[in-house]
Write a protein that binds this ligand. Structure first.
Ligand SMILES: [Cu+2]
Length: 174
C-alpha cells in the first residue's frame, strides 16, 4: 500500500464507516505482525486484531458524543484529560494545528509503549488502524471508539520523540 492510498483512506475517515475502513486497511497496515505483537503482550489472551485493553472500534451509527481534540507543535493534546462513562462510544474530532505531522493513538499505557517501540524500529511507517489517526499539518480527522471497560487509559502521539516530549493524554473511564 502506498502513502497516497493511505492518505486517501485517512481523508475518507470522516465520511466512511469506520469498520469498513478498518477492514480495508487491515491487510496492508500492520498485518499479522502487529496482531501477533498484541497477542504476545496480552499473554496470548483474547486480544487479536483490533481488540485493546482500552476498548474497541466504535460503531459510527452509535456515537454517544463528540469530543474535539487539538494537537500542536508544543507536543500537547488539548484537552489532555477526558472523562468517559463505561459503554460510551466517543467520536474524537482531531485537528492538527501544528506545522508537522502528529497522530492520536488510543490504548492502554502498555500498548502505547509497545507501539512506540515499534514506530522507532520502522520510522516513517504510516498506519491506519481504528484506534488511531495520523494527520498532516492543518488536517482534521476522526476516531470512533467504544470504551467498554472502566479504567485509566491513554492516548499519545507516536511520531518518534513526541510521546517522550509529553504528547500524551489520559482517558478516565468510569
Ligand atoms: Cu506529535
Amino acid at each position: 500500500m502506498n502513502t497516497r492510498t493511505i492518505k486517501l483512506l485517512l481523508t475518507a475517515t470522516l465520511a466512511a464507516p469506520l469498520m469498513a475502513l478498518a477492514a480495508g486497511e487491515h491487510g496492508g497496515g500492520h498485518g499479522k505482525g502487529m496482531a501477533d505483537m498484541h497477542k504476545g503482550m496480552q499473554g496470548g489472551g483474547a486480544m487479536g486484531g483490533h481488540e485493546s485493553a482500552a476498548g474497541k472500534p466504535g460503531d459510527p451509527a452509535k456515537v454517544s458524543r463528540t469530543v474535539p481534540v487539538e494537537m500542536d507543535d508544543t507536543m500537547r493534546f488539548t484537552p489532555s484529560e477526558i472523562s468517559v462513562k463505561a459503554g460510551e462510544t466517543i467520536r474524537f474530532f482531531v485537528v492538527n494545528k501544528g506545522k508537522i505531522p502528529h497522530e492520536m493513538v488510543i490504548g492502554s499505557a502498555a500498548e502505547l509503549d509497545e507501539h512506540a517501540e515499534m514506530m522507532k524500529k520502522m520510522p516513517g511507517m504510516k498506519h491506519a488502524e481504528p484506534n488511531q489517526i495520523n494527520l498532516d499539518p492543518g488536517k482534521r480527522g476522526g476516531i470512533v471508539w467504544t470504551f467498554d471497560k472502566a479504567g485509566s487509559f491513554a492516548f499519545a502521539c507516536l511520531v518518534p520523540g513526541h510521546k517522550e516530549a509529553g504528547m500524551v493524554g489520559q482517558v478516565l473511564v468510569q
